[in-house]
Design a protein around this ligand. Sequence first.
Ligand code: DSN
Length: 491
Amino acid sequence: MSRLRKYLSAHSPDQQHTAAIAYLAALDHIETVNPSVTASIIQELKDERSHLKLIASENFSSLAVQLAMGNLLTDKYAEGYAHHRFYAGCDNVDKLEEEAQNELIRLYRCDHAYVQPHSGADANLVALWAILLYKIQNPEMEKLGKKTLDELTAEEYENIRQLMVNQKLMGMSLNSGGHLTHGYRHNISSKMLRSVLYDVDPQTELLDYGVLARQVQQEKPTILMAGYSAHPRRLNFAKMREIADSVGAVLMVDMAHFAGLVAGQVFTGEFDPIPYAHVVTSTTHKTLRGPRGGFVLCQKEFSEVVNKGCPVVLGGPLPHVIAAKAVAFKEANMPAFKSYAQKIVENAQYLAGCFLKKGARLVTGGTENHLMIVDVSKFGLTGRQAESLLREAKITVNRNAIPFDSQGPWYTSGIRLGTPALTTLGMGKEEMEEIADIIFSVLSHAKPALVQKTGQPSKANAIAEPQVLESARSRVAHLLARFPLYPEIEI
Ligand code: DSN
């Protein structure tokens, strides 16, 4: 019997959940074409249900968000932007895109929103090039008295291009918790611009705004980028804007990690980037709890260049994902999202407090947002060892470098823990205490495995006493049984 029929026969009509019916029908139907895809979706659901998700950049989106993505909107090409398309028949996509933009403008009280980027990395590329168009290309063309790129001679075009790629971008180093797209040498951001990185203070592991101000004076970047993916503190955007203004730089904020905390008004005043940044980028799937994707917000004067995301960087937008974004942004505009965002930080701070009480070292000594970095070198482990051991204990975390990490970005000395997903499940302080205790017990009973060939300690693998792992797994199962994921989907 199909999953849907089984469900319908087990529940009277008033007990049937429309999202469950839709989900099960989709799985049954996909199975008729490619059973392996249905099997993978079901296996992922089972895995997510049986592991504690502490990956700081992940969440559990609502079933409405997920279902909004699975439909015919995927078939439509809509290059351009609302009411300015390179394809016919885009009226419905126009409406959807405007709906997503309007929800986002309401959420962040910003001048303009662009919802097409497929990811945070795409959003950053769109924003960087929009800033270059605004600061360099447009004024240069004006000087030449030319209105379109096609009017430029090959030499004029090349001169402007050279000028654009010679601009400086200053972002926080990966080492300090910044993101690859903020000027990391292995990323295109450092190849298409001249990248200069800033670090946190080696002692406090915090950003020293005085030091940053002096570095900015020296480097005079065109773009000062603020934001991070592995820094456990708020940033003061009023100070960042003052520093950017001191050299006439554009302040660009990548709020991918804390977009939900800004939306939920946990980060307010000088910690809210919207009033201070010229351009803000984000992903949609982290604390904001939407579908996988990105967006750009900007002050009015940048709206025209940001709308050029396609063709400058992007190809066709993904209308089915834009639909899901519109659903998620509406959810984030509801009052319940504020308490969710508040709870994410409360849980993170409580979890951090539990680790500190046990004597663990956390980067910067704690957290003010949704994440923390535990320095696992204190347990005699690398981040990679801790990550794989915890996965054996049914806890999913990711390894992460600590500032100035001697183990480099592959093995690392830290693990990054975040509370957005567990908070979505409804967990609170009691569960945070239990989780800290489980993680601490696994890490403190582990030791590096020996490499068979050399007999030397491995940097990748560690072993823990089997009864410790067994007890951890059973405690995780006990916890998760009280907080089921998507309980309406009975599989
Ligand atoms: N991969 C994301 C994170 O985990 O922070 C950032 O791109």
